[in-house]
Design a protein around this ligand. Structure first.
Ligand code: ARG
Length: 430
């Protein structure tokens, strides 16, 4: 690795001469472990580590925190952010039916502003002037983390060694060996680059980069392959209150437990596998394999209930705002005022999204099969589909059609006349 420092481009980048106490976002993996040692060696700085629990399955946080201490961290903090993540990030995403690019439920993107805000909070508390993270210079996460930190505290400086140093994986492993840093899972190259939390899991890289091939089976560590899922379907009832999922099969659950339980049931039935070609903020395209069993159940259930209680105008309008919301979240602009404005709308539009939706899970599919709400705008009696007639008048329909189609019919006629076409057939039958 070279000590040559890339020129500082942005105002928030750390000045190497002034790095003295650093808060490092620490996962326990190779990159951040090498970094923890390297920052102390390179800058003679003190390092406080922050490890954020977002419900990543199978992590042993005591081991991660212990490793940070062993590698010289003056303090090793573990923050349990599961509740805040579920409540303040995932629930708003559900209200916004948030999917980027039509398939990605944004679990990584949602987590980054929370991680960054915790980093700011703990950096201030621990007297650190610099925050360090392990993002590369090619991904979205650097945009989300740098952007959020620079927004929340312009005084803080940011160090992203992976983006700046020229260490490849081999050099990192050599560095780890040289400094007795244990490498989790051995020095065998891990097959994929993984990120996960309670809202989903993603895999990128290596065999996944062969776009012309299906993903290898070993990608799937969370969701059962649909062909191996149970032969019996399972019905799951999801209850909502004002757009928030609150019950599963009638049992009241807090958001973390509800999401985790939905994920477990979905995973068993092979639900939530997404093979996604994605436009990164930094211009690159990438292929991600997502395993999102909870989102595959809760998003369609929510969307279905919302459709039932909202008017045609609300339903048509909201979709455009949802795309905008998902884009801002993806792009890391969590604190952009427009996102807050859109949230206010999402909350208002969800006031009556209360009721229950039944989802059928079967061999990789989650299908809504039943729904009910006290606010449903579906009322066969009121609409006069039943015997009684109700408020709906079929006799009024021809008059409605005449006025509703007036401009379209006129335009058709006028344009055809200009084009010199006989306007004999410009009636309703066209
Ligand atoms: N493409 C997604 C995003 O930008 C997920 C990235 C997760 N990172 C990974 N190494 N798998 O939000």
């Amino acid at each position: 690795m070279s000590d040559a420092q890339a020129p500082r481009i942005a105002s928030y980048q750390a000045d190497p001469e002034r790095v003295s106490r650093v808060l490092l976002l620490y996962s326990g993996g190779l990159d951040t472990s090498v970094m923890l040692h390297w920052i102390q060696a390179r800058y003679g700085a003190e390092v406080v580590t922050l490890t954020v629990d977002l419900g990543q399955p199978g992590e042993d946080w005591d081991v991660v925190v212990g490793k940070a201490r062993d590698l010289g961290a003056v303090d090793a903090i573990r923050a349990d952010a599961r509740e805040a993540f579920a409540r303040d990030y995932v629930l708003p995403a559900i209200r916004a039916n948030a999917l980027y690019g039509g398939g990605y439920p944004l679990f990584t993107a949602l987590a980054r502003p929370l991680i960054a805000s915790l980093a700011v909070e703990h950096a201030r508390r621990a007297g650190c002037e610099t925050i360090a993270h392990g993002c590369t210079g090619k991904g979205n996460d650097q945009v989300r983390i740098d952007g959020t930190i620079a927004t929340l505290d312009p005084e803080l400086r940011i160090l992203a060694p992976v983006r700046e140093w020229s260490m490849g994986r081999e050099e990192e492993i050599a560095y780890a060996r040289e400094h007795a840093i244990a490498v989790r899972g051995g020095t065998e190259r891990p097959p994929y680059s993984i990120d996960d939390n309670l809202w989903g899991r993603s895999s990128e890289g290596r065999a996944i980069e062969d776009l012309d091939r299906p993903p290898p089976d070993d990608v799937f560590q969370l969701v059962t392959r649909p062909e191996e899922a149970p032969d019996e379907p399972e019905l799951l009832r999801v209850g909502f209150e004002s757009g928030r999922p609150t019950t599963l099969d009638g049992e009241a659950l807090g958001p973390v437990e509800l999401i985790e339980r939905a994920a477990a049931i979905g995973a068993r039935h092979g639900v939530g596998i997404v093979d996604h070609i994605e436009d990164r903020i930094v211009g690159l395209k990438v292929r991600d394999i997502y395993e999102v069993p909870a989102a595959a159940i809760l998003l369609p259930a929510h969307g279905e209930l919302e459709k039932l209680v909202s008017t045609i105008h609300q339903n048509n309008f909201k979709r455009a705002l949802e795309d905008k919301w998902a884009y801002l979240c993806y792009a890391g602009l969590w604190h952009e005022p427009l996102r807050g404005d859109l949230d206010a709308y999402m909350e208002s539009a969800n006031r009556h999204v209360t009721g229950e939706v039944t989802v059928k899970l079967y061999k990789g599919r989650a299908t809504v099969v039943a729904r009910s709400s006290p606010y449903a705008l579906y009322d066969p009696d009121l609409a006069g589909f039943g015997e009684s007639g109700g408020e709906f008048s079929q006799a009024a329909s021809p008059g409605f059609i005449e006025l509703f189609t007036l401009q379209s019919r006129m335009a058709h006629r006028v344009r055809n006349r200009d084009a010199g076409v006989e306007d004999r057939f410009t009636g309703i039958d066209d």
